[in-house]
Design a binder for this molecule. Structure first.
Ligand code: ADP
Ligand code: ADP
Length: 221
C-alpha cells in the first residue's frame, strides 16, 4: 500500500532577487513498511523535503498525500492534528525538554490528547523499556548519554503510534558505535512494520535502509 505520495513538490526560500529554489518538482511515492534513506551532499534539499513530507513546512506548489489526505490543502489546525496522529519526528539534536524526566518527555505528545494519564504512563514506560532504558525513567536528559537521549527521543516519536517516522540525521550527534546501535534500533522498528524516512549523509548507515534515494541540487537522482 502507498502511504505517501508527493506530486511536483516545489520549494524556494527568500523573495525577489534573493529567491532560491531548493526543491524542483519532487515526485516520490513511499510504500507502507519501507525504510527509505535520503542521501546526498549537504545543501541538496534533504531536510527541506523531510519537513515537507512531515507537514512542517509549506511547498510553493505541488501536493503531499498521506493515506489519501492532501495535507497542504487542509487548514493549519487540521494539518497539525493530522501530523500529531500520523507522524513521529526524530531530530539530530534530540529536542528533549531539559527539566522533564525521560518518562515525562516521552509522555509529552499525549498531553494534548484524551488518552488517560494512567495509559499515557503505561505506554511511555513500555516504550522506554523497549528502547533499553528501564531504570532511566526518572533521569533528566542531562543525566543521560547522547545515545540514551536519542532513544528517549525515539520513544517520544513512537508514543502516538504513528504510521510514519521521519528522522533527520538521527545519528549526527553520536559517536560511530552509538550511532550504529541507533541504526540497529531503526532496523528493528522497520522489521516490526514501521515506515521510516531518514535523512543521512553517513554512507555507513545506508545498509539499514530498504531503499536509498540520492538527492542533488534539489532533485532526486
Ligand atoms: P540538506 O538537508 O540536504 O543539507 P537543506 O534542505 O537543509 O539541505 O537545505 C537546502 C538548501 O536550502 C540549502 O541551500 C540551505 O541553505 C537552504 N535552506 C534550508 N532551510 C532554509 C531556510 N529556512 N531559509 C533559507 N534557506 C534555507
Ligand atoms: P541540516 O542540513 O543538518 O538539516 P542545516 O544546518 O542545513 O541543517 O539547517 C539547520 C536549520 O537552519 C534548519 O531549520 C534550516 O531550515 C535552517 N537553514 C538552513 N540553511 C538556511 C539558510 N540559508 N537561511 C536560513 N535558514 C537556514
Amino acid at each position: 500500500n502507498t502511504l505517501v505520495t508527493t506530486k511536483k513538490l516545489r520549494k524556494s526560500y527568500g523573495h525577489g532577487d534573493n529567491k532560491v529554489e531548493v526543491l524542483h518538482d519532487i515526485d516520490l511515492t513511499i510504500q507502507e513498511g519501507e525504510f527509505l534513506a535520503l542521501a546526498g551532499p549537504s545543501g541538496s534539499g534533504k531536510s527541506t523535503l523531510l519537513t515537507l513530507i512531515g507537514g512542517l513546512n509549506r511547498p510553493d506548489s505541488g501536493d503531499l498525500i498521506i493515506d489519501g489526505i492532501d495535507l497542504y490543502r487542509l487548514p493549519g489546525e487540521q494539518r497539525a492534528d493530522f501530523r500529531r496522529e500520523y507522524i513521529g519526528f526524530v531530530f539530530q539534536q534530540f529536542h528533549l525538554m531539559p527539566y522533564l524526566t525521560a518518562l515525562e518527555n516521552v509522555m509529552l505528545p499525549l498531553a494534548v490528547t484524551a488518552v488517560p494519564a494512567r495509559e499515557q504512563r503505561r505506554r511511555a514506560q513500555e516504550l522506554l523499556e523497549q528502547m533499553g532504558l528501564s531504570g532511566r525513567e526518572r533521569h533528566l536528559p542531562g543525566q543521560l548519554s547522547g545515545g540514551e537521549q536519542e532513544r528517549v527521543a525515539i520513544a517520544r516519536a513512537l508514543i502516538n503510534k504513528p504510521a510514519l517516522i521521519l528522522a533527520d540525521e538521527p545519528t549526527g550527534a553520536l559517536d560511530s558505535q552509538t550511532g550504529e546501535q541507533i541504526m540497529d534500533l531503526f532496523g528493528q522498528l522497520n522489521r516490526s512494520g514501521m515506515t521510516i524516512v531518514m535523512v543521512t549523509h553517513n554512507p555507513d548507515h545506508l545498509n539499514h535502509a530498504s531503499r536509498i534515494i540520492h538527492m542533488k541540487d534539489g532533485r532526486l537522482r
